[in-house]
Design a protein around this ligand. Structure first.
Ligand SMILES: NC(=O)c1ccc[n+]([C@@H]2O[C@H](COP(=O)([O-])OP(=O)(O)OC[C@H]3O[C@@H](n4cnc5c(N)ncnc54)[C@H](O)[C@@H]3O)[C@@H](O)[C@H]2O)c1
Length: 253
C-alpha cells in the first residue's frame, strides 16, 4: 500500500477525476476527507470508499470560500492528526465561446473556482505540511494550459495560472520537505466532458473529433488520473516537485 496511514483531502471528490482519486488513495491505505460542493455526491463517494473497505469522511465545502478551505484542513487534522496530501482538484469548465461573447461573470466564476480555490487550499494546507516537514499538494490543471483549443480561452488561462502557482509554491515549500505538483489531463470521460465539446451530451462526432487529437487514440478515463495522483502523492515521486505532469496520450507533443 503506497499511501498507508497517510491523510488526504480531495476536493471535487463527488464526481469524475476527484471521486476516482479519492477511491484510489483509500485503496492504497490513505484516510480520505472527501470534499465537494455537492453534498449528495460527497456521501456517495464516502459510501463507495467504505464499501470497498477504506476509511473516509465527508465534508461539503465551496473551495472559493476561505472559511471552507480552513475548515476542511482543520477537520482532517482534528480527525486524523495530520495532513499528508491535499488534492486541489475541484474545477469548472467553459462552454466553447469566442472572447467577445464571454461574459465577465463567467471569467469571475471560472477564476474563483479554478484559481482562487487552489490558492486558498494552499494557503491553509501548506502551513500544516511545512510544520510536519512532510506533505504533497497536488493541483489539477489541464492540457489546455499548454495546448489550448479555440473558444476555451478563459478556462485555459485559469489552468495556466495554476501551473505557475505550482512552480512558485514548489519553491516555497521545498525547504520544508513539501512537494507541489500539477497534473494536466487531456479530455477525460467525466460529466464535464460534453461542455468542452459544446454539447449537452457526448456524441459520436464530438468523440471522433477529440480522439483524433490524441496520438494514443483514446481519451482519459478518470482512473488514468487517479493512478497518476496516487503515484505523485506517494514516496515513489519523492524527487518530483514543481512539475506539470501531462496525462494526455501525447496531445501536447
Ligand atoms: N474532464 C475533463 O475533460 C478534464 C480535462 C482536464 C482537466 N479537468 C479538470 O479536472 C478537474 C476535475 O473535473 P472532472 O472532469 O472530474 O469534472 P466533474 O464535473 O466530474 O467533477 C468536478 C467536481 O467539482 C465539484 N465542484 C465544482 N465547483 C466546486 C466548488 N466551488 N467547491 C467544491 N467543489 C466544487 C463539482 O461538484 C464536481 O463534483 C477539474 O479541475 C477540471 O477542470 C477535466
Amino acid at each position: 500500500m503506497r499511501l498507508k496511514d497517510r491523510v488526504a483531502i480531495v476536493t471535487g471528490a463527488g464526481s469524475g477525476i476527484g471521486a476516482a482519486s479519492a477511491l484510489a488513495m483509500a485503496r492504497e491505505g490513505a484516510r480520505v476527507l472527501v470534499v465537494d460542493i455537492n453534498d449528495a455526491a460527497v456521501k456517495k463517494t464516502v459510501e463507495q470508499i467504505e464499501k470497498a473497505g477504506g476509511q473516509a469522511a465527508g465534508a461539503r465545502a465551496d473551495v472559493t470560500r476561505a472559511a471552507d478551505n480552513q475548515s476542511i484542513v482543520e477537520q482532517a487534522v482534528a480527525r486524523w492528526g495530520r495532513l499528508d496530501v491535499f488534492f486541489a482538484n475541484a474545477g469548472v469548465p467553459q462552454w466553447k465561446t469566442d472572447i467577445e461573447d464571454v461574459e465577465e461573470k463567467t471569467f469571475d466564476q471560472i477564476f474563483a473556482v479554478n484559481v482562487k480555490g487552489v490558492w486558498l487550499g494552499a494557503k491553509y494546507a501548506l502551513p500544516v505540511m511545512k510544520k510536519q516537514r512532510r506533505g504533497v499538494y497536488l493541483i489539477t490543471s489541464s492540457t489546455s494550459a499548454i495546448r489550448p483549443r479555440p473558444g476555451g480561452q478563459t478556462y485555459a488561462a485559469s489552468k495556466g495560472a495554476v501551473v505557475t502557482l505550482t512552480k512558485a509554491l514548489a519553491l516555497e515549500a521545498a525547504p520544508h520537505g513539501v512537494r507541489v505538483v500539477a497534473i494536466a489531463p487531456v479530455a477525460t470521460h467525466t460529466p464535464m466532458l460534453p461542455t468542452f465539446m459544446n454539447k449537452v451530451e457526448v456524441d459520436e462526432e464530438g468523440l471522433r473529433q477529440y480522439i483524433a487529437t490524441v496520438p494514443l487514440g483514446r481519451l482519459n478515463e478518470p482512473q488514468d488520473l487517479a493512478n497518476t495522483a496516487v503515484f505523485l502523492a506517494s514516496d515513489d515521486a519523492a524527487m518530483i516537485t514543481g512539475s506539470c505532469v501531462e496525462v494526455d496520450g501525447g496531445r501536447c507533443i
